[in-house]
Design a protein around this ligand. Structure first.
Ligand code: HEC
Ligand code: HEC
Ligand code: HEC
Ligand code: HEC
Ligand code: HEC
Ligand code: HEC
Ligand code: HEC
Ligand code: HEC
Ligand code: HEC
Ligand code: HEC
Length: 290
């Protein structure tokens, strides 16, 4: 036998032993939990050779005197720390779980089993967004508003933006800060711009909400109210229109100015690279006008 073949046969017998051991351990449980044991072979953990004991603990006392109190249980009503520790034995080193200990979920006794179904599904993945909506009803209602990120349409999922296991950034987002997150998919908003609009650079959330809003384009408020939180438009210069009154009439319902909102004229609201002044007029990129 070559050395490689010898190694292979050693590996094969080790694997056989492992599966034989697993089967033996599971048989003990099958007397009373036949359905779960049968299904186990179809789950990811079963296929990976993990036996009942690897999650539910010793079991000897339970075998002698079956009760809920002498076995490690999962899900609602069971000790959160104890059950999560069982999963963490094997998954604690996964880099996606690096910030679990500081996560809002861990701190609020949310368990691995609140999101992952080990026995029900072939793969223990958390179904999104349904599994999240169970607890985050407010986000569910936001995600159903007139303007929303296409979460319910299945085009993006909660975990495209959040790490449910915790993250360094606030709100468990998968980036250093909100803007860095948004740039991942909206790279055109990154700039750099010659004429920057300070709130855009500071935090996209000054004007937008992440999940959904009543106003169009995920805006927290309709225009002009949105802009008027920071800008006093009564001081709006009228020069290019030959006087303030004229300008005001531009805003009038009849002229459609107000209906189009401020961005009807200030169209490059996220920043502009257009010349500060265009063709000798007083406005241009500096005022976010093309
Ligand atoms: C002799 C029968 C018997 C055997 C063998 C047995 N169990 Fe149980 N098990 C029970 C009964 C009965 C209950 C429910 C107790 C109750 O409802 O109060 C139970 C409860 C459980 C629970 C908790 C269920 C829940 O509702 O959360 C788990 C987990 C469990 N068993 C795992 C195992 C594992 C793993 C093995 C093998 C090591 C095993 N059992 C072997 C009879 C058995
Ligand atoms: C990877 C960890 C893991 C392994 C391995 C595992 N379980 Fe479970 N078990 C869980 C979790 C988590 C739950 C909570 C419900 C769920 O997630 O589906 C659970 C729930 C249960 C329950 C109570 C719920 C029910 O449907 O009655 C029983 C009984 C049980 N397991 C028995 C077993 C037996 C028997 C085996 C071996 C064939 C086994 N478990 C292997 C993690 C595991
Ligand atoms: C004894 C070790 C062990 C324990 C305990 C364990 N797992 Fe696993 N888990 C595995 C292995 C092995 C796989 C197969 C895929 C892999 O290698 O990551 C797996 C796969 C998974 C996956 C899919 C990961 C992927 O990359 O596809 C999830 C999710 C998961 N386990 C969750 C849990 C949860 C929740 C618990 C506790 C209820 C748990 N595991 C307990 C060993 C374990
Ligand atoms: C709030 C819901 C939630 C909780 C709590 C949760 N998970 Fe997850 N988990 C998910 C979702 C969603 C995914 C898939 C998306 C992703 O890759 O981030 C996932 C993915 C995983 C994976 C696969 C990671 C990989 O490498 O691709 C493992 C392993 C896992 N979870 C284990 C755990 C363990 C262990 C716990 C408890 C300490 C836990 N999860 C708690 C929602 C959750
Ligand atoms: C496009 C990215 C994105 C998606 C997709 C997303 N979120 Fe968020 N979420 C955020 C950002 C950014 C924040 C932080 C908002 C802030 O700074 O005010 C946040 C905040 C939260 C918060 C904190 C409370 C709140 O409402 O502000 C919860 C809870 C939350 N998200 C849950 C979810 C759930 C559940 C899903 C899936 C249904 C989801 N998110 C999908 C980006 C996203
Ligand atoms: C079993 C209930 C439960 C489930 C399921 C759940 N969460 Fe949570 N989540 C909580 C609790 C409790 C908090 C902490 C209190 C709060 O901020 O609402 C929290 C906090 C959060 C936060 C941080 C909020 C902040 O204030 O910064 C985000 C983001 C989040 N969850 C996303 C998710 C995602 C994504 C999923 C699905 C993969 C999910 N959650 C599933 C209960 C749950
Ligand atoms: C994972 C990718 C992803 C991330 C991250 C992301 N978005 Fe989006 N965003 C999308 C997709 C997909 C659409 C829908 C585009 C379409 O339908 O053409 C969208 C649409 C939008 C819209 C237009 C909505 C409408 O009603 O037309 C706005 C505004 C928006 N995103 C802002 C943000 C902000 C702010 C952030 C950061 C919190 C962000 N996005 C993060 C993928 C993402
Ligand atoms: C000062 C308020 C404000 C801030 C801050 C802001 N936006 Fe916007 N955003 C708007 C307005 C207003 C619209 C709608 C423009 C229109 O309909 O003419 C919009 C539209 C969008 C759209 C959809 C239309 C398009 O241009 O693609 C995306 C995507 C978007 N913003 C992303 C972002 C991102 C990413 C950030 C942070 C880097 C951000 N916004 C910061 C006001 C803002
Ligand atoms: C959170 C506060 C905030 C919001 C909301 C906001 N802005 Fe601004 N905006 C600023 C700041 C700060 C400046 C810089 C002022 C300066 O340099 O004097 C600015 C500058 C501008 C300028 C250029 C002014 C100049 O003097 O060159 C225009 C035009 C403008 N904003 C239009 C808008 C419009 C239109 C909206 C609504 C879509 C809006 N802003 C929403 C804070 C805001
Ligand atoms: C009909 C076109 C039009 C509309 C609609 C419009 N603007 Fe302007 N805005 C201009 C022009 C043109 C200038 C440049 C005037 C200049 O440079 O002298 C300007 C300048 C500004 C400035 C910089 C001057 C200053 O006052 O500090 C701000 C801020 C501003 N607009 C905010 C707004 C806001 C907020 C709205 C919505 C309530 C709005 N604009 C609607 C055309 C418009």
């Amino acid at each position: 036998m070559t050395r490689i073949a010898a190694k292979l046969s050693l590996l094969a017998s080790a694997a056989l032993l492992m599966f034989a051991g697993t089967a033996l351990a599971n048989e003990k449980c099958a007397t009373c939990h036949a359905d779960i044991v049968a299904k186990h072979t179809t789950t990811l953990h079963g296929k990976a050779g993990k036996d009942c004991l690897s999650c539910h603990g010793g079991g000897d006392a339970h075998m002698a005197n079956p009760s809920k109190s002498n076995i490690i249980r999962f899900g609602k009503g069971a000790n959160a720390k104890e059950q999560n520790a069982q999963c963490q034995q094997c998954h604690g080193k996964n880099e996606k779980l690096m910030f679990w200990d500081s996560s809002y979920h861990k701190k609020n006794d949310v368990t691995c089993a609140s999101c992952h179904s080990v026995h029900k599904a072939p793969k223990p993945y958390a179904k999104q967004p349904e599994s999240c909506f169970q607890c985050h009803k407010d986000v569910k209602s936001q995600a159903n508003k007139f303007s929303h990120h296409p979460i319910i349409e299945g085009k993006i999922s909660c975990s495209d933006c959040h790490n449910p296991h915790g993250a360094l950034g606030h709100g468990m987002i998968k980036a250093e800060n909100v803007n860095q997150l948004c740039y991942k998919c909206h790279a055109d908003k990154r700039g750099p711009y010659i004429w920057e609009h300070p709130p855009v650079e500071e935090d996209c959330m000054k004007c937008h909400a992440p999940h959904g809003t009543k106003a169009a384009k995920l805006l927290k408020e309709k225009q002009p109210q949105l802009c008027q939180q920071c800008h006093d438009w009564s001081r709006h210069p009228g020069t290019p229109y030959g006087g303030n009154q004229n300008f005001t009439s531009t805003f009038g319902a009849g002229r459609g100015g107000l209906a189009r909102g401020c961005t009807g004229c200030h169209g490059t609201i996220h920043g502009s690279n257009a010349p500060g002044r265009a063709n000798g007029t007083v406005y241009g990129g500096k005022r976010f006008i093309r």
